[in-house]
Ligand binder design. Structure first.
Ligand code: ZN
Length: 153
């Protein structure tokens, strides 16, 4: 698969956005977007932009898919990965995470950040990164083989 690249500025903007939306008490999430066919993250779309009730239950239940896909078409962007936070250091996928891929396409990447993204310096190596293999099966990337590079821009 392709390696995802993301500028360090955008990465920390994503962490800050997740931290603010989670407010230290609930999970928050977003989609990492790219230009069609590319593997560089150019934008983050937080689920709350498309579904105001997304975090009400404390876990993520995204009902904004229709609006979100309209937005993608309008902006001419594609989903490269999704990211969500967990309450603790445990960034292993939950049963629910495994059973509900945000994008049901093989090769889709799901990232899980620790501690509601409250830590000030969360890097990709502090997260868990999974690739969707289809049929609700996932591959977890080893820390040394993460398909992501932060670029200093
Ligand atoms: Zn989860």
């Amino acid at each position: 698969m392709q390696t995802i690249s993301i500028s360090i500025g955008l990465w920390f903007k994503i962490m800050k956005g997740l931290r603010r939306r989670g407010a230290g008490v609930r999970e928050s999430a977003g989609f990492l977007l790219c230009n069609p066919g590319k593997s560089k993250v150019v934008k983050i779309a937080f689920y709350g932009q498309f579904d105001k009730s997304v975090s009400e239950s404390g876990i993520i239940q995204f009902k904004g898919a229709a609006t979100f896909f309209e937005y993608l078409a309008k902006e001419k962007l594609e989903v490269l990965a999704d990211i969500h936070t967990h309450p603790t250091q445990n960034t292993r996928q939950s049963d629910s995470d495994m059973k509900h891929p945000m994008v049901r396409i093989k090769g889709h990447i799901a990232i899980i950040a620790p501690n509601y993204a409250k830590d000030f310096f969360i890097f990709p190596k502090n997260c868990s990164v999974y690739e969707y293999l289809g049929n609700f099966e996932w591959k977890k990337f080893e820390i040394s083989k993460l398909p992501m590079h932060l670029k200093l821009i």
